[in-house]
Design a protein. Structure first.
Length: 103
C-alpha cells in the first residue's frame, strides 16, 4: 500500500506486504519487504528494510539495515552503515551516528 507523495528511487525494490505512508522517500537501490514505514520517513540509498516497523518522521542513512522485527520510534535518526535487527527497539527521538551499532 502506497500513500500520497511516496517516492521510490531507481533500482529500489518494494516487495510484498509493504505499507509506505504519506511522503515517504525510499532511496535508490534499497530493498523493502514485509515492512511498515510511516509518514515522512526518508530512507537513504542502498538500505535494507525487512520485517520491521519505522515510525513517522524517521531518517535512515545510506547502507543501513533495519530487519527481523526491529522497531524505530517517531523521529529516530539512524546514520549510515548501521544494523538494527533481532527485535531491537529504538525509542522516539534517538539519534545514532554513522556506524554506531551493529546489533
Amino acid at each position: 500500500m502506497l500513500e500520497r507523495g511516496v517516492s521510490v528511487g531507481a533500482g529500489a525494490q518494494v516487495g510484498s506486504l509493504v505499507v509506505l505512508g504519506a511522503d515517504v522517500k525510499i532511496g535508490a537501490n534499497c530493498t523493502v519487504e514485509r515492512a511498515v514505514i510511516l509518514n515522512g520517513t526518508q530512507v537513504g540509498e542502498g538500505c535494507e528494510l525487512r520485517d520491521c516497523i519505522v515510525g513517522p518522521g524517521c531518517t535512515i542513512g545510506s547502507s543501513s539495515s533495519i530487519t527481523d522485527g526491529a522497531v524505530l520510534g517517531e523521529g529516530v535518526e539512524i546514520g549510515a552503515d548501521n544494523v538494527i535487527t533481532r527485535g531491537a527497539r529504538i525509542f522516539p527521538g534517538v539519534q545514532l551516528p554513522d556506524r554506531a551499532i551493529k546489533f
